[in-house]
Write a protein that binds this ligand. Structure first.
Ligand code: NAD
Length: 417
């Protein structure tokens, strides 16, 4: 697998988009670096009384369109460069769906599976204490990411509120419903992936009902996307997780597969499937639509040459290496980029924050309707930019839309020393 520096990928994507935009080199340079990065060491008491230290980061990439927004991940592979790149992608993700946020991202270098719940709570609260001067409902709003979820967000909110002696539910999103979370948040990423798939088939004048689909990764994003795409009448013929892939040419019952995975921990062994194979084979299956919903860089240049689907909708962040992206573009494969297809998560995070500020809970139907409007508007804006600029692919078109919005906000604000 090709090693890719995510920060360099981001810079290349900005360069591609800038070819279609009247943006000065000075302004573009400004968009390539984070405004600030907090790097800190957390010293936390373990259950046995010893003290352990952890590196932690928060990158605030750009706040021209609103408060910094983005998740916090717990992973041994977290690096300063990765956090910076991920915070940059958030700037363009929030801009392409036109929610009034900038971009941020954070992380702790840790393998959370090695720590007790009590230790993780103390580690999270120590990070929240460090973050306190930098975050806030109108400043920077963290959210869950890899290996963090409602529990960690509840701890961060509680720490912040205790230290500030106030209530501020909008300081983080992705909270549990009873702690100020939103209906529809858990399904939001899979739902936006489904909307993106529906819209691209419509744009290509093809019927998604009856289309064959393969989904790589059967976690939160992938399983919900599979269920909702099946509801459109498509045949989800293969799904995979880290244990392998299951395949049925007549279409799988996606909800049944999810129940099976919930009970057993993996999709392999599911007895409703005709056959099983290794998870890389799923990526090159002869299907109409491929949905990568697992990890970054899942498809490199070599694999991209073997991909048979002619539509790819990216539920995962950065599932294609830059080479794979070039190969698929040359081969005429239509790729709906991550910053649009999986933006349901950040969009419903925004709805959660709006509900927190309004102190008024929306119904799930309202959340889903508003999400549909946001994703279809973003899709239309991307297609308009693609056709008006003859961009090389839909990803560049999405960046053209997003970079334009960020630059307009920056230039419209006038100069400040
Ligand atoms: P998750 O942990 O719930 O699921 C990930 C799935 O991928 C698991 O089923 C895992 O077994 C599988 N997987 C791992 N390695 C694999 C491999 N080599 N082959 C096949 N499957 C493999 O995570 P998630 O929340 O669903 O996130 C998935 C992707 O979507 C990530 O890239 C994430 O950044 C992105 N994303 C998620 C959200 C969200 O709200 N959950 C929002 C935006 C983007």
């Amino acid at each position: 697998m090709t090693e890719t520096n995510p920060f360099e990928s981001l810079q290349e994507q900005l360069d591609d988009a800038s070819e279609h935009l009247d943006v000065g080199a000075d302004v573009l340079e400004r968009l390539k670096q984070p405004e600030r990065v907090l790097e800190t060491t957390l010293s936390v008491e373990m259950d046995d009384g010893s003290i352990e230290t952890f590196r932690a980061f928060r990158s605030q990439f750009n706040g021209d369109r609103g408060p910094y927004k983005g998740g916090i991940r717990y992973h041994p592979g977290v690096t300063r460069d990765e956090v910076k790149a991920l915070s940059g992608w958030m700037v363009y993700k929030t801009a392409v769906v036109d929610v009034p946020y900038g971009g941020g991202k954070g992380g702790i270098v840790i393998d959370p599976s090695e720590y007790s719940a009590g230790e993780l709570e103390r580690i999270t609260r120590a990070f929240a204490k460090e973050l306190r001067p930098f975050v806030g409902e109108d400043k920077d709003i963290p959210a869950p990411d890899v290996n963090t979820g409602q529990r960690e967000m509840n701890w961060i909110k509680d720490t912040y509120e205790k230290l500030e002696n106030t209530t501020a539910p909008g300081v983080v999103t992705g909270k549990a419903l009873e702690n100020g979370g939103s209906e529809g948040r858990v399904e939001a990423t899979g739902r936006s992936t489904m909307f993106a798939a529906r819209e691209v088939f419509d744009y290509l004048d093809r019927d998604i009902a009856g289309a064959t689909v393969a989904v790589q990764g059967y976690g939160n994003a992938g399983s919900v996307a599979a269920e909702l795409i099946e509801d459109l009448g498509a045949d989800v013929v293969a799904v995979s997780d880290s244990s392998g892939a299951v395949h049925d040419p007549d279409g799988l019952d996606t909800r049944d597969v999810k129940d099976f995975k919930r009970q057993t921990g993996s999709v392999t062994g599911y007895d409703g499937a005709a056959e099983e194979f290794g998870n890389e084979d799923l990526l090159t299956l002869d299907v109409d639509l491929l949905v990568p919903a697992a990890l970054e860089n899942a498809i490199d240049g070599d694999l991209a040459r073997e991909v048979q689907a002619d539509v790819v909708v990216e539920a995962a962040n950065g599932p294609l290496t830059p080479t794979a992206d070039d190969v698929l573009t040359e081969r005429g494969v239509h790729v709906v980029p991550d910053i649009l297809a999986n933006a349901g998560g950040v969009t419903v995070s925004y709805f959660e924050w709006v509900q927190n500020r309004q102190r008024f809970q929306w119904t799930e139907d309202r959340v889903n309707e508003e999400l549909e409007a946001v994703i279809t508007d973003a899709f239309d804006a991307m297609i308009d930019a693609h056709e008006a600029n003859d961009t090389r692919n839909l990803r560049t078109a999405a960046y053209v839309v997003a970079v334009r919005r960020v630059v307009d906000a920056y230039e419209g604000s006038g100069s400040w020393p």
